[in-house]
Write a protein that binds this ligand. Sequence first.
Ligand code: ATP
Length: 259
Amino acid sequence: MNQSQHIEKQSVKQTSRKLMLDIKDLRKSFGDTHVLNGFNLELYEGENLVIMGKSGSGKSVMIKCLVGLMQPDSGNIKVMGKDIATLNQIELDELRTEIGFLFQGSALYDSMTVRENLEFPLRRHKHKFGTNIDTSELVAEALENVGLAHTIDLMPEELSGGMKRRVALARTLILRPKIILYDEPTSGLDPITSKEIIELMRRIQKQYKTSSLIITHDVDCARVVSERMVLLVDGIDYAKGTFAELAASSDKKVKAFFK
Ligand SMILES: Nc1ncnc2c1ncn2[C@@H]1O[C@H](COP(=O)(O)OP(=O)(O)OP(=O)(O)O)[C@@H](O)[C@H]1O
């Protein structure tokens, strides 16, 4: 039993929905630094779940454990029902193809056109689509979905910051992931471009029915995009609930996120 003060008056009934991610009692320390002290998280099918935590609170460590890049000290992680600790490398790689990443540094390859940037993951994951796939059709469709069909033959240097982020999202979507992990999707963007990216994330989630885990410091992004939120404080899931529920909390540590 951890000492978290869950705020769980969730209006949406989650029990009947499929669990895409299920993290239980995750613990990870580096020497004397206890980063995760019993962190729990559930991501349901089709949901947008936002995680907020101060810088250095362990969000990246949690994501690394989640995708099998870091070994937790203890705890249990299930991705679409599969306990990742029991998977061999091939099974883990296969499971990772179901997860799309949009990280802060999801840079495009500068020496490749937009088209080539999008074809790249398709070539790497050919087995998922079969050998007869029409890559040009998939690339065109993915770009269309982020409103950038006209950029297909441009080089990344010819795109604005917001356009690059949208192309990176198209590159993630082209593999049809069931889960998308977003790490600070709006960082470094001006408010208007941030808003466009947030709108796009919402639209994509509806259109593709993906389940999304979104790490952000951006309160506006959290308000617009989240159905539920988890606050990571002191290495635990300190508070959970909708944006409105958490924003109305009188708890000092929760309030600090909404100032
Ligand atoms: N490989 C590692 N070895 C030692 N300490 C580490 C390692 N990885 C992370 N840490 C420590 O774990 C803590 C959490 O780091 P983490 O990168 O997960 O924070 P974060 O919440 O993602 O921060 P930010 O919002 O700034 O990206 C930090 O104190 C960091 O120094």
